[in-house]
Design a protein around this ligand. Structure first.
Ligand code: UDP
Ligand code: MG
Length: 139
């Protein structure tokens, strides 16, 4: 995968609250092109695997429970400097620390239910995109 791509999920809390349209609008207005996208729901095994890096953390079980409780929107996004620019657009993990105007500041409710995922590196963006999408599903 090219290094100008990142992977995102609009998490169950954002979908439940009807924020899909508003968040996608903000992502598009910020210059990201949607390369792949779908509404899907992670199984427990999916979430455990996707977040395996956090498996020893105290919040892991709650994170898996939360990420599987309803549908998510998974998407691959393209833009110059996509990974870093998208992390800037979503803001800090804890919405209380997120900058004004960021997606988490606007739409997240807590450090756990924080509305949106963004890959933290080009390597992880490629791994996470491949977790949810085949090559033929990425345009
Ligand atoms: N998380 C949590 N409690 C914490 C830290 C993280 O519930 O103290 C959840 C939260 O949903 C976060 C996800 O675990 O988005 C992954 O954590 P990470 O540190 O990778 O944050 P992110 O990269 O999403 O900002
Ligand atoms: Mg992370």
């Amino acid at each position: 995968m090219a290094t100008n791509r990142t992977f995102t999920m609009l998490k169950p809390d954002a979908v439940e609250k009807g924020y899909i349209g508003a968040i996608l609008e903000k992502i598009s207005a910020s210059g990201f092109r949607i390369v792949a996208m779908k509404l899907t729901q992670m199984t427990t095994a999916d979430a455990q695997s996707f977040y395996a890096i956090h498996s020893e953390r105290p919040f892991f079980a709650d994170l898996v429970e939360y990420m599987t409780r309803g549908p998510i929107v998974a998407a691959v996004l393209e833009k110059e400097n996509a990974v870093d620019d998208f992390r800037t657009l979503i803001g800090a993990t804890n919405p209380a620390d997120a900058a004004e105007g960021t997606i988490r500041k606007m739409y997240a409710e807590s450090i756990s239910a924080n509305a949106v995922h963004g890959s933290d590196s080009d390597d992880n963006a490629a791994i996470e995109a491949a977790f949810h999408f085949s090559g033929r599903e990425q345009f």
